[in-house]
Structures are given as C-alpha cells and as structure tokens.
Ligand binder design. Structure first.
Ligand SMILES: CC1(C)CN=C(N2CCN(c3ncnc4sc(C(F)(F)C(F)(F)F)cc34)CC2)S1
Length: 490
C-alpha cells in the first residue's frame, strides 16, 4: 500500500527543494507504491503558493534563495490528504465492487465522484488546475487533472490495476486483470460531449492523432508520478515563470530520469530538455541529447506514432538558428502525421503544424534570404527536400480525412518558401518514383537517406496507404505538381 509514512512526515516542515526531492525519493524507492495523492498535494501546494496572484508582492519584494520555498506545515498537508481519502472512501462503497481488479462500473463511479464535486463552471484552460491541491482547495481541475484524480482515487481504494493512459493531447485509464480494458474518465477539447465510462473508440477516432493510433503511454505508478511532475506549471503570468517552481520540476524530473522512469515517456524527456535548455545543470547530459532520447523512445516503444518528440527537437534547433536541422526534425514530424486521418479532435496538432508552416518557416526564409552567405540553406538541396517532405506529409494527412486541413492561408507561405530556392538547387533534388531500383534499395536499407542529393523515402505502408493504389511517386499530387511547375521554370 502507498501512504504518508513517518519517514516522510519527519521531513516536515518543508522549507526547501532538497526536502521535496527527498520525499519523492522515499516514495519512489520504497517497495510499496508511491502515493499519488500525497505527492500531488505537496507539489500543488508549492506551485500554488509561488505562482498564484494572492501573494505576488512576496515574489517581487523579497528575493528568495534559489532553493527556499514557502514553509509547508505537516498538518496542512495531512488535512488535505485525509480530506481526499474521506471524499473517495465516503462516496464509494467498495463492498459493491469485487476485488482485486477494478471494473468499468468502479472506474466510472470514481470518475463521477470527482466530476460531480467540481465547481459548476470555470475557465477550464487556466493554469494551475492540474493537482489535487487545486481539487481540494478550489474544486477545479483541468482535463489532465480529472484523469489523474481518478487514478489517485482508485489507488486510495486499493485498485492497483487502474493506470493513466496518455496520448499527446488526451488522458484516459486502463484497468482489469490484463490491463487491457480502457475507459474515458475526463473530457477533451471545447464543446465536445464527454464520453466518460466508454471504452476508447476503435472506430474512426482510433485513426485520429488524438488517440495516437492506439500507441498511448501506459503509465506505471512511477510514471504517474512523472506525469504529475511534468504537469507542474511554473508560469507566474504570460511572460514570467516562478523560477523556484521550475527548479523543483527540473530536480524532480532528473530524479525520475535517474531512476529510469522517463525511458518510456517521450514528452517528459522533452519537458526536461526544455528546462535544461533554459538552465543547464552541471554535469548533466545536454538538452539536445534529451530530445534525441525522446525521439528514440517514441520510435522504440510507440512505433514512431508520436509527433511531439520531433517538434520539441525542431523548436530547439529553430531557437538556436540551426535551420537545416530544424527542417529535418519538422519533416520527420510530418512523416508521423501523414499516416493519420485529420479529425476535429486534432486541433492542437493542427495548430502546431500551422505555426511551423506559416510562422517559423517563413521567418527562416526571410532571415536567410536577406543575408547572402554561401552557406545559406537556400543553397542546400537537402533543405529543399526536407521542406517538400514536410509539406507532403501535411497534404497526405488531409488525404482520406473527413475534415480538410489545408486552405489558401497555407498555400501563399508554401509557394513563397519553395520559390526562394534557386532552380539549380531544386534540380539537385531527385524525386524518385516508387518501384524504381533506388526505391527497392531504399527499402532494403530500410530508411530515409540522401543519396548524392537524391531524396529517397521508404514508402511506409499503413492502412491509410493500402486503401489507395500505389501512386506514381512518393509525393502528394499537389506537391508533385508544385515541383513539376518549379522544374519547368528551369
Ligand atoms: C513540443 C511541444 C509543443 C512543447 N510542449 C509540449 N507539451 C508540453 C507537455 N505536455 C505533456 N507533457 C507530459 N505529459 C503529458 S500528458 C498530456 C496529455 F495527454 F495531453 C494530457 F494528459 F491530456 F494533458 C500532455 C503532456 C504536452 C505537450 S509539445
């Protein structure tokens, strides 16, 4: 069983970051399960006291030491911890539910208890609504927070088979003797009817990015701790972070990394990479290594069906003006999305690709075409090839989808970008039609490679592709038409 033990209580009152890290270490290394409710309440209390407006003067007027925190008294935490236990145990009579494994009815009941105790209406996307501190003190939770609270509630009831399942923009639970049962427990997006209690769709939604082609991160208890730590939000306001909260999140993520609990959690590795880029820790691996580990994790454990590891890495390269590398990361992100069907639940990733295509890439083009260096990316065929691959993936994402992706707003920046490359550069990119000798070679070498500037791509097959007869080339017709138009101008 989990629990708030004497060795944890002995660390109170908590006044600094090392004490919080020690409690997490005790909980994570103990043979029993780490106590999700306890850990969420502790970090939620710290985050809330350092980021919520009420004591804003505290931050500005009294510069605090890096690792000092507002004092956390034991009785405050104990009261909240007992309150959560009382709410859950008071509302769920487990005599009605056979043990040792949870049932759909039990999971739905716990979800109803959380759901019905939330404030009637509040701004759901506000920051700092992810922890049990927010639930117990403000009766407010965001979409992730509800799912997390349900798993923490099931832990209180002794159901150790109920675990958090995470896509890149949604959370649900798995449960049962073989952990193969799934249930929605929270809402997603705006204005969508919640599907709480239902199993995760096999139908058309299963092919949407929202459910990552049935390759979600299935958490262990320790990975659920990593999720609550990843969900820590240091932002004070739109422009500033409370740096002690960011520091605490970074220390806790390194603790989880060292214990091996981030190996199968690409987004947590990406979060740690972002924090390391801002404030690199002595003697730790570099942030771009973390972005690579996140990509490797997604390729190894999730059949390369996740987009964010590539956009974490692309964002890093972009901020460091490594534009050639950024194009490759974004083209790799596009190779992931091309196999999905775009559905109305996929707005978040749509916005991500829209920003890359219509803000970041045009900015790079502007910067690169003003300067006149021989080393410019406008002279590099692999940059042109990766841009085509990026756009082609988005076109293919749209293919076969009920909802269109592209509109005229996409076309102008796209044509503007492609026309920035001189004809002799474009001519060096050799688009190889499917079934050619090179294509077969590419299949044998099982991957993408630039072969004397040829752009070769293994034509990844998927259900989406099988439905279409093999096209004459790898690219979506509109990209093919564009490149043909360009080459006509040679
Ligand atoms: C490259 C990026 C644009 C930078 N930040 C990104 N994040 C920030 C952190 N983030 C996350 N980081 C760790 N774990 C999770 S679980 C999750 C979620 F499934 F959507 C949930 F639970 F519904 F909110 C989101 C998420 C979401 C993606 S992607």
């Amino acid at each position: 069983m989990a629990g708030f033990r004497e060795i944890d209580k002995a660390l109170f009152p908590i006044t600094n970051i090392p004490a919080v890290v020690q409690i997490f270490k005790n909980q994570l290394e103990d043979s029993a399960e780490p106590d999700l409710a306890l850990l969420s309440i502790i970090v939620g209390a710290i985050e809330n006291s350092l980021t919520c407006r009420s004591n804003i003067s505290f931050q500005i007027s009294e510069p605090v030491e890096a690792t000092s925190l507002p004092i956390l008294e034991l009785h405050v935490i104990e009261e909240m911890y007992s309150k959560f236990q009382a709410i859950i145990k008071g509302a769920v009579d487990i005599k009605n539910y056979s043990k040792p494994f949870a049932t759909r009815e039990l999971v739905k009941k716990v979800s109803d208890v959380i759901w019905n105790s939330l404030t009637r209406s509040y701004y759901k996307d506000r920051a700092h609504l992810q922890s049990l501190y927010s639930y117990l003190n403000g009766s407010k939770l965001d979409c992730f927070g509800v799912a997390f609270a349900v798993v923490a509630g099931c832990q209180v009831l002794g159901f150790s088979d109920v675990h958090l399942a995470l896509s890149e923009d949604h959370a649900w639970v798995v449960f049962g003797e073989c952990s193969n049962q799934t249930a929605e427990v929270t809402w997603h997006g705006k204005g969508n009817e919640d599907k709480r209690g239902q199993e995760i769709g096999r139908g058309v939604t299963a092919r949407s990015w929202l459910y990552v082609n049935n390759k979600p991160v299935i958490c262990t208890r320790h990975m659920e701790v990593a999720a609550l730590v990843s969900a820590i939000n240091p932002s004070l306001n739109a422009t500033h972070d409370a740096f002690e909260v960011g520091l605490l999140q970074q220390e806790l993520l390194w603790l989880l990394y060292d214990l091996g609990h981030l190996k199968m959690y690409p987004m947590a590795l990406g979060n740690l990479g972002d924090l390391e880029e801002i404030a690199p820790k002595e003697g730790r691996i570099q942030c771009n290594t973390l972005f690579k580990e996140a990509i490797q994790s997604a390729r190894t454990f999730y059949n390369n069906q996740h987009v964010y590891p590539y956009t974490y890495q692309g964002g890093y390269f972009y901020r460091h003006k490594m534009y050639k590398e950024a194009f490759e990361s974004w083209a790799n992100a596009s190779d992931v999305i091309r196999l999905y069907n775009y559905s109305r639940d996929d707005e978040e990733i749509y916005k991500e690709f829209l920003e890359i295509a219509n803000e970041l890439i045009p900015h790079i083009m502007k910067v690169e075409s003003s300067g006149f260096s021989a080393n410019s990316i406008l002279k590099k065929p692999e940059c042109f090839a990766n841009l085509l691959r990026f756009y082609d993936g988005i076109c293919q994402w749209e293919e076969g989808s009920a909802t269109p992706v592209l509109h005229i707003g996409w076309a102008k920046p796209l044509v503007n970008t492609i026309s920035k490359f001189d004809s002799e550069v474009r001519a060096q990119v050799n688009i190889i039609c499917a079934d050619s000798e090179e294509e077969k070679h590419a299949k044998e070498t099982n991957g993408n490679y630039f072969n004397n500037n040829n752009y070769e791509k293994e034509n990844g097959t998927s259900t989406k592709k099988e439905e279409k007869e093999q096209s004459t080339s790898n690219f979506h017709p509109s990209i093919e038409a564009l490149t043909a138009a360009c080459s006509e101008k040679l």
